[in-house]
Design a binder for this molecule. Structure first.
Ligand SMILES: CCCCCCCCCC(=O)SCCNC(=O)CCNC(=O)[C@H](O)C(C)(C)COP(=O)(O)OP(=O)(O)OC[C@H]1O[C@@H](n2cnc3c(N)ncnc32)[C@H](O)[C@@H]1OP(=O)(O)O
Ligand SMILES: Nc1ncnc2c1ncn2[C@@H]1O[C@H](COP(=O)(O)OP(=O)(O)OP(=O)(O)O)[C@@H](O)[C@H]1O
Ligand SMILES: O=C(O)CCC(=O)C(=O)O
Ligand SMILES: [Fe+2]
Ligand SMILES: [Mg+2]
Length: 337
């Protein structure tokens, strides 16, 4: 790992936590790039003009809130992510800031570092090998259609969805990722999620409710599941049961880009393998932090703040500190986030 960068990021974190840094962030309205409205008669609000998406692809995302690009990431790159994730699971390396989650059904007493007990690697922004994913030109090219040219990688995850133990805890309840994010506007945020192997209903593929990105951020809470629920796996209680549920069958390297309001989740992993996915949430660096007080995100914000303080042994870190620490610029310049 780059020692200079790590120490300078630690410095940034400490500066923030010290309260020395000015906390006022001015909310800039998102600037739309591209050609004048007369050139593009269609009204697009979820995508930007940059000659990457075809008209058909743009219309699809506007209408559905997601877009799948087949075979976008190479086998060679995926192999590298796989190798590095195995090193992390074995604790051969412990990248700064990274956390590892085990499934709620695995007691701590049975925890021995291995790929078999890790359900998720989170916040790999300081692991140069995994973070390469967020800087791949083929990923960034598409991301820019949603964020514009100043791009921040805000949240990174490598999901290692374990075979279900029989308690159904491998379900990921239906949710909107925006629930976890204290920044806006939502249309300037996008998730890239790449299948690291074939995924279908048998190993718990991604499930989406098309078009739900047009609705509001719904209240989330822990689902009432008998077998237990993983920490922070909040779900939406009152989604429209009539909304089509689409199971996305994907091959290794296929990548979905989706809107943070799109309702999605994943089913049980009924296979014997660990279903692997690498993902990142990107945002326009012009996005601004919002105050969660009085919103339906107030509780989750507090919980995340507490978790962050616990993990780093801090007393007064704010949610903004946490996201400032996580975020890393991948293109253009760092602005508000
Ligand atoms: C966050 C932004 C997300 C935005 C995008 C959408 C995300 C979608 C939903 C998510 O995945 S949210 C992210 C979930 N990740 C986290 O919340 C933070 C990363 N996780 C961690 O850092 C660790 O897994 C954690 C701090 C939760 C526990 O690590 P430890 O090494 O401290 O585990 P340990 O075995 O010592 O257990 C400490 C406590 O955590 C509990 N625990 C551990 N793993 C758990 C689990 N999987 N589910 C529920 N509880 C769990 C464990 O039972 C125990 O409870 P008690 O303190 O009451 O004894
Ligand atoms: N009855 C339900 N109530 C709420 N959410 C559900 C329900 N059934 C499934 N889901 C959610 O829908 C998504 C996809 O699950 P789905 O049931 O379609 O997958 P599955 O592969 O059929 O799994 P299983 O066979 O375990 O039901 C997940 O996010 C899951 O949590
Ligand atoms: O890959 C999955 O199972 C979905 C994970 C997900 O939606 C999330 O972590 O936010
Ligand atoms: Fe999600
Ligand atoms: Mg089902």
């Amino acid at each position: 790992m780059d020692q200079n960068r790590t120490s300078s990021r630690l410095h940034i974190l400490l500066r923030h936590l010290d309260g020395c840094l000015a906390r006022a962030i001015i909310a800039h309205p998102t600037s739309r790039t591209g050609s004048p409205a007369s050139f593009q008669p269609q009204q697009f609000q979820y995508t930007r003009e940059n000659n990457v998406l075809s008209l058909e692809q743009r219309k699809f995302y506007e209408e559905n809130g997601f877009l799948v690009i087949k075979n976008l990431v190479s086998d060679a790159d995926i192999q590298r992510f796989r190798n590095e994730s195995e090193r992390i699971c074995r604790e051969d390396v412990k990248p700064f800031g990274l956390s590892v989650m085990r499934d709620v059904t695995i007691p701590k007493s049975e925890y021995v570092p291995s790929e078999k007990v890790v359900s998720k690697i989170q916040d790999f922004q300081e692991d140069e090998e995994l973070f390469r994913y967020c800087t791949l030109p083929e990923i960034m090219k598409y991301v820019e259609c949603f964020t514009g040219p100043n791009i921040m990688a805000m949240h990174t995850m490598l999901i290692n969805k374990p075979p279900d133990s029989g308690k159904k805890t491998s379900h990921h309840p239906l949710h909107q990722d925006l629930h976890y994010f204290p920044f806006r506007p939502s249309n300037s945020i996008v998730c890239a999620w790449t299948a690291m192997e074939h995924t279908d209903r048998n190993n718990g593929c991604l499930v989406v409710l098309p078009g739900t990105h047009k609705g509001p951020l719904k209240p989330h809470d822990y689902p009432q599941w008998e077998g237990g629920v993983n920490i922070m796996f909040h779900g939406i209680q009152d989604y429209d049961k009539n909304n089509a549920r689409v199971h996305l069958v994907m091959e290794k390297g296929d990548t979905i880009f989706f809107h943070p309001l799109l309702i999605h989740g994943s089913g049980r992993n009924k296979s014997q393998g660990f279903r692997k996915t690498i993902s990142c949430h990107f945002a326009d660096a012009n996005c601004h932090y919002i105050d969660l007080k009085g919103t339906n995100q107030e509780n989750v914000g507090k919980k995340m703040e507490e978790l962050f303080c616990k993990i780093y042994g801090l007393k007064n870190a704010s949610l903004k500190d946490m996201w400032t620490f996580r975020g890393r610029v991948v293109k253009g310049k760092r602005i508000n986030l």
